[in-house]
Design a protein around this ligand. Structure first.
Ligand SMILES: [Zn+2]
Length: 247
């Protein structure tokens, strides 16, 4: 049996049988992992208060050859994220951020960029950055790191720069120019600019000249369409968020 010690971001915590919890977490070196926290549901558990969603923790685990599910050892809370979850919208957004990693981070493969993305997004949200902007920035970057983000400057079909708009080619998950595809779902100049800026600027920089809510809505729709095309399904947390906040 091997013992591993590392920093992790907790993605999901669920009850398992009577006493235990099962924890999904993200690490730089080992990507996504799942582990059992034994007796975590008992009254005097050593995990009391430590297993919070999106928390950054120091954690150790024990693993056996050939087994994906590990056994958690010590968990030490380094940065709680409960402040993001003080209202319903914050709770829903947190599950949405976490579920992206469950789908996009590989198990047992180094994931330094995805880790950094989630880590810095949580940090920015804790610092009070606008949630709508943070969520869109995060969606864009998840797609970019997954290699499915459509280039926002040049049409891949004719190699011409986009004019003031681009059309989504749904079957390919690509943005093309209106000459190559005259009709379809379109984004405008402000959306293209945000897509380009997101490559060079961090959330704090983007917040100094925030895009309008209409631009952010359009980006949400674009990222959703590309993500669904790629995953062939919708993230459950997204559906729940949409349904709940629409009431
Ligand atoms: Zn074109």
């Amino acid at each position: 049996m091997r013992r591993v010690h590392t920093t992790a971001l907790l993605l999901d915590v669920r009850d398992l049988q009577e006493k235990d919890r099962i924890v999904t977490f993200l690490t730089v070196e080992h990507g996504q992992k799942r582990g059992v926290a034994r007796s975590a549901r008992t009254k005097f558990s050593r995990y009391a208060g430590q297993l919070q969603p999106l928390a950054k923790v120091q954690l150790s685990w024990f693993e056996k050859e050939g087994r994906d599910l590990v056994r958690l050892g010590e968990v030490e809370l380094e940065r709680p994220a409960m402040a993001i979850m003080e209202d319903l919208e914050g709770i829903l957004l947190s599950s949405y951020l976490a579920e992206h990693m469950v789908h996009f981070a590989q198990e047992n493969e180094p994931s330094p960029k995805l880790f950094r993305l989630l880590d810095s997004t949580i940090e920015a949200l804790l610092a009070g950055v606008d949630r709508h902007l943070a969520a869109r920035y995060y969606e864009i970057w998840v797609l970019r790191l997954a290699g499915i983000f459509p280039p926002p400057s040049i049409c891949p079909l004719c190699a011409q720069p986009f004019p003031d708009r681009a059309v989504l080619m749904a079957a390919e998950g690509a943005l093309v120019c209106p000459s190559c595809m005259p009709g379809g779902w379109t984004i405008g100049a402000a959306e293209l600019e945000l897509l380009r800026h997101s490559a060079r600027q961090n959330l704090a920089q983007l917040s100094t000249r925030p895009p309008t809510a209409a631009v952010l809505n359009r980006i949400e729709e674009l990222c959703g369409r590309i993500r669904r095309h790629f995953l062939q399904t919708e993230l459950r947390s997204y559906q729940v968020m949409r349904d709940t906040l629409a009431i």
